[in-house]
Design a protein around this ligand. Structure first.
Ligand code: PMP
Length: 409
């Protein structure tokens, strides 16, 4: 194992919980991850010692709050490869970040005949905002399809996916429903070649692997803090300076303005013009602490650990006769393993697993286009984080087999 998981597990207080005498086996980090004590303490310490509204009070306590918030911005932006902290707009997470781009950048620019390219493996939060933008502007959506083994079905010449009417490519770095890791850079180069911008859904990538937003060619990169050991309502949108300057404000209110007149206003600088009203100060401070925790583990090692868990899970589920979705190779399969088992409905399976305190997700995973593509209304999904062990996967597979016996027809 590339990480000292026993030591890591002691950092997560919730892992000491038991359910009906059984230890918690949490395999749902793709939905939300648990938080180490240092993150819980960082958020509590902010409230205990430094709480004031950011960017407002000129008293020392207010300056401390502002300093903590802006230091968090620098830490989080740097973690994702943006050395200029002003490139990070804080949001409540990925959904808000993508909506911000669709509303603030795309809507004012798109028109009839323009094209938004998506993929069939997108989470609904990287589909629906684009549908709304298309409906409002007359633009059309085009989808990149999927192969049987859960990869993007790409032509040899990626340039043929885009033409001069393509304005946006919106693609996930890692699929939450299939685990697939996409070669975003190759797609981004082709999209840029046609003059389109590239919006990357980083929700399942930022927590699990080293990310450099510029190296992958993202004009915009959206991510959620609650999936990367941070608090709920933390996360953000990283953009290039050029694209952020082009983007229109979406929410109006306090702190996003420079001057307000009776009939119009002028805008504050990037990124503050996108941060109307009181922000998630304590949560983003907590996320910065989560980032430092991940940095101390080393993102290469985090990735290696989760790849090892994924390999083991795929092999054991295969051997147990489950149908595993997504790529076979863990070089392109991140730490989320979707599967179905015999005729057992995923909800029944999840319920039986709960009897052994095993938490997995059952359903369409907010990716109904993926479910349609593979002809199933729902799958079961086990997803991993830094605190998971091979033994937990054994507990999972044993419980899955037990469920098979209970529901055998
Ligand atoms: N995109 C992907 C790939 C996701 O997995 C998720 C969360 N399941 C989201 C977007 C939405 O993230 P949030 O709910 O944190 O906004």
């Amino acid at each position: 194992m590339s990480l000292d998981v026993e030591k890591i597990r002691r950092d997560f207080p919730i892992l000491s919980r038991t359910f009906a005498g059984k230890p918690l086996v949490y395999l749902d980090s793709a939905a939300t991850s648990h938080k180490p004590s240092v993150v819980i303490e960082a958020e509590a310490d902010f409230y205990r010692l430094h709480n004031a509204n950011a960017h407002r009070g000129i008293y020392t306590l207010g300056e401390e709050a502002t300093e903590a918030f802006e230091q968090a911005r620098a830490t989080i932006a740097g973690f994702l490869g943006a050395t200029d902290p002003a490139r990070l707009v804080f949001t409540r997470g990925t959904t808000e970040a993508i909506n911000l781009v669709a509303l603030g950048w795309a809507r004012p620019r798109l028109g009839s005949g323009d094209v938004i390219v998506l993929t069939e493996m997108e989470h609904h939060s990287n589909i629906v905002p684009w549908q709304l933008a298309a409906n409002a502007t007359g633009a059309t959506l085009r989808y990149i399809g999927l192969t049987d083994d859960g990869r993007l079905d790409l032509p040899a010449n990626l340039g043929s996916l885009f033409d001069d009417r393509t304005k946006v490519l919106a693609v996930t770095a890692v699929s939450n429903a299939l685990g697939t890791i996409n070669d975003v850079r190759a797609l981004a180069d082709a999209a840029h070649g046609a003059g389109a911008i590239v919006v990357v859904d980083g929700a399942q990538a930022a927590p699990h692997m080293p990310i450099d937003v510029d190296a992958i060619g993202a004009d915009f990169f959206a991510f959620s803090g609650h999936k990367m050991l941070g608090p709920t309502a933390s996360g953000g949108l990283i953009g290039t300076r050029e694209r952020l300057e082009e983007m229109e404000p979406v929410f109006g209110g306090g702190d996003m303005i420079r001057e307000v007149f009776r009939d119009h206003s002028t805008w504050n600088d990037v990124p503050f013009r996108f941060e109307a009203g009181t922000m998630q100060v304590a949560q983003q401070v907590g996320l910065a602490r989560a980032v430092r925790y991940l940095q101390a583990l080393g993102m290469q090692d985090v990735r290696a650990h989760e790849a090892e868990l994924t390999r083991y899970a795929i092999d054991r589920l295969d051997a147990a006769g489950a149908r595993v979705f997504g790529p076979e190779s863990t070089t392109i399969h991140g730490g989320a393993v979707a599967f179905s088992y015999r005729d057992v409905h995923p909800h029944d399976l999840a319920q039986i697993l709960n009897e052994d305190a095993v938490c997995i997700r059952a359903g369409h995973h907010c990716a109904q286009l993926v479910m349609r593509r593979y002809g199933t209304p729902a799958t079961s999904r086990a997803s991993f984080s830094v605190f998971n062990t091979l033994e937990e996967i054994d507990v999972l597979v044993d419980a899955v087999q037990k469920a098979g016996e209970v529901f055998a027809v």
